[in-house]
Design a protein around this ligand. Structure first.
Ligand code: ADP
Ligand code: MG
Length: 687
């Protein structure tokens, strides 16, 4: 039924087809699945005497007088009554033909919002029709409201959708899902009918997105099952590739074990053994390691790299920024001691000459581990023997980039193992679905000896005192980050804010003691600023959020975040994760405008109260509502029409199980589902 063209419907010509296409509606099935975004209740006529200002109601009235006025602006005022009481109807925009039609004696059905002016009850610009003698003004169902392309009115789209539902033969499209989940006993046609034209008594909140009306849940679950079936197939497809088992233990492993100055945490040990188990197989690992900031993901990655290199292969380690790539390069070299010369760095700042030499070294295997940015997957970079790809902070990468890197493996017959590291804390059920094509490991333990970070809020008026206190602390060996907000509209403004604070702080600390870091600096200058701060030449580093991801200077113990109220909670959490990495007691001060709203203050308090990334994510969700938390939906990682993975997470596990059973027992049905819901968009995840 999918392919019945739009133009088969009466009233749809080429220009309407084009408009509908622009809203992702290409055929009659798409029309049927274009669900209302709201409803109006026109099932009952209300007496004027019963109207309450603020109500949206249906009334039938007779025009008593009709006047076109020009004070203060052009308008038409109809004084009307329905016998129970008077009401004025006011139009600011109207056609001369309307003025002629709406004369004294005309009878109208109006739907609109009731307001109260000094002349009494009013409706401004209601939707209206002339009373038809042989037709009840009351609708039999709630009236759906749709997102519409410009140039197609609500009446028109309602009409098209109704016609599409009648024209389609749903028997053809019948998928027997009840067999796999008895709760799916409502058939799809009834569900669509109920959603497009709900019965009069239906609770509107219940049938809107997020509601628990059976029709809503029916469609939602079907979409989720389809999505999860797509992910299940994808995962199976990935597992059909051949991969090189990584089983040797040799000099690289020995070096890490020797050079890593700490005992691994139990969580780190557990994750490493999960990685070992995966990579010993002849199918590619697809594993996501989730661990809060500071949980020690880098050393886990280093051990995984050692495994591959000891088994005589190469490893690519990709970071989202040059800064971070350089830092990983330094840590990895220190972990790999004697083997350090076989670790190399490739970023956008690598010189042409350096790059040429490096490509040669990769080619002849004298370089075994390459750390870099997206420069790693540029043309011309090829690995003769790539067995493992490590991706740090994956949410920064587009899917296509990941795909490109997978293809870097020159071998036709085998695919590399893939290890992804992320600090984005998302609830477990959610990650199991969003990343359903991956296995998930969690580092749920921080290295021992970390003192909790003392976090406090401070209004801007206390800034001078704060600077004095920090100055005193740096005299005693403290090191402080001073973070200025990112002002999205303008990079220059952004820079201004940094430069201003930089100048301010120099007055207190002296020219030599203040460093400055922002996005406009060259990679080399950034590195220099970080190095100086690391070496304690500077004791305070003014920075934009470029330090957010991964910068690791364990003895920095103070962080001030200016205008903290402008940041998202997750981002504040990431930023704060730059301190509290050593054994010193650390302090984070959230500087905010003197007057902030209730919600802002609640949000900042969450950070004061806890340091647990998962809890912060949950609170953020509670306060801000779903939808924003991970941006996956917006960025197209999750191509769903109705499902909001956060809001609807209660159905994730159940539908996942159903999807897996369907994929096993009836792949044809799974394909039909995928076709109906997510055709075309699932290839996205094949990275
Ligand atoms: P993240 O998970 O945020 O990437 P890192 O790998 O950068 O964390 O580690 C954060 C800090 O903790 C680093 O200074 C690292 O050397 C240290 N670290 C990692 N694992 C341990 C451990 N088991 N014991 C003590 N310190 C550790
Ligand atoms: Mg990290």
């Amino acid at each position: 039924m999918a392919n019945i063209e739009l133009k088969q419907l009466k009233g749809i010509g080429p220009s309407i087809v084009e408009k509908l296409n622009s809203h992702g509606i290409f055929n009659l099935r798409d029309l049927c699945f274009h669900l209302p975004s709201g409803y109006q209740d026109r099932t009952n006529v209300t007496q004027v005497i019963d109207l309450v200002p603020g109500d949206e109601k249906l009334i039938t009235v007779k025009v008593v007088t009709s006047q076109s006025l020009y004070r203060p602006r052009k308008m038409m005022v109809l004084k009307c009554t329905d016998g129970s009481g008077p009401i004025n109807i006011r139009f600011f925009y109207f056609h001369p033909s309307q003025a002629r039609q709406l004369k004294a004696g005309a009878e109208l059905v109006c739907f609109g919002k009731v307001s109260l002016s000094r002349y009494g009850l009013e409706m401004i610009h209601p939707e209206y029709e002339m009373v038809q003698p042989d037709q009840s003004p009351e609708q039999e169902t709630l009236t759906p409201m749709y997102r519409v392309p410009k140039g197609i009115g609500q009446k028109k789209i309602r009409h098209f959708i109704l016609a599409a539902i009648q024209k389609l033969d749903f028997d053809d499209d019948f998928l027997n899902l009840e067999k796999y989940d008895p709760s799916l006993d409502m058939n799809i046609l009834d569900a669509l009918k109920a959603i497009h034209n709900p019965a009069p008594a239906t609770d509107i909140d219940d049938i809107l997105p997020g509601g628990s009306h059976p029709a809503r849940v029916r469609l939602l679950k079907e979409e989720m099952i389809a999505f999860q079936a797509g992910m299940t197939f994808l995962k199976r497809k990935q597992k059909r590739h051949h991969a090189e088992p990584l089983i040797e233990v040799g000099s690289w492993n020995k070096e890490v074990t020797k050079n890593f100055p700490f005992e691994l945490t139990d969580a780190q040990k557990r994750v490493i053994s999960e990685i070992k188990e995966d990579t010993a197989q002849k199918v590619p690992m697809m594993r996501l390691v989730q661990g809060d900031v500071g949980s020690g993901k880098t050393v886990v990655a280093a051990l995984a790299a050692a495994l591959a290199i000891d088994s005589s292969f190469q490893v690519a380690f990709m970071a989202p920024t040059t800064l971070l790539a350089e830092q990983h390069f330094v840590s990895l070299k220190s972990f790999f001691g004697k083997e350090a010369s076989k670790v190399a760095l490739l970023t956008g700042s690598t010189t042409a000459k350096g790059r040429k030499k490096l490509l040669q070294d990769i080619e002849d295997m004298s370089v075994r581990l390459v750390v870099g940015t997206h420069a790693l997957f540029q043309k011309g970079v090829g690995f003769p023997n790539l067995a493992l790809i490590i991706i740090d902070e994956q949410h920064r990468f587009g899917v296509n980039q990941r795909l490109a890197l997978r293809k870097k493996n020159d071998s036709e017959i085998s695919a590399p193992h893939q290890l992804t590291l992320t600090a984005t804390p998302i609830p477990r059920t959610l990650s199991m679905s969003v990343y359903a094509n991956m296995d998930v490991s969690i580092i749920d333990e921080l290295p021992p000896g970390r003192k909790p970070i003392q976090t406090s809020c401070l209004p801007l008026s206390g800034k001078t005192k704060l600077i004095e206190r920090i100055f005193a602390a740096t005299k005693n060996g403290s090191k402080a980050y001073w973070i200025c907000p990112l002002i999205e509209e303008s990079e220059n403004l952004d820079l201004n804010a940094v430069m201003e604070s930089y100048e301010d702080l120099k007055e207190y600390f002296g020219e030599q003691k203040v460093g400055c870091l922002h996005g406009k600096l060259s990679a080399k200058d950034k590195q220099l600023q970080i190095q100086k701060f690391k070496d304690s030449q500077t004791s305070i580093l003014v920075s934009t959020t470029v330090v957010e991801v991964g910068v690791d200077i364990p003895d920095a113990d103070i962080m001030v975040i200016e205008n903290a109220e402008r940041f998202g909670l997750a981002q504040l959490h990431q930023l704060r994760g730059r301190i509290g990495r050593g054994s010193k007691e650390s302090f984070c001060i959230l500087l905010h405008k003197d007057k902030i709203g209730e919600i802002s203050s609640q949000r900042l308090d969450v950070l004061v109260d806890t340091q647990d990334g998962f809890k912060i994510a949950e609170k953020d969700l509670e306060i801000r509502g779903p939808g924003e938390i991970m941006g996956a939906q917006q960025t197209g990682i999750v191509p769903m029409k109705y499902t909001n993975l956060v809001r609807d997470s209660q159905y994730l596990m159940g539908t996942k199980k159903v999807a897996e059973v369907i994929c096993d027992e009836d792949p044809e049905l799974a394909n039909q589902l995928i076709n109906r819901w997510i055709s075309g968009s699932i290839a996205f995840a094949d990275a």
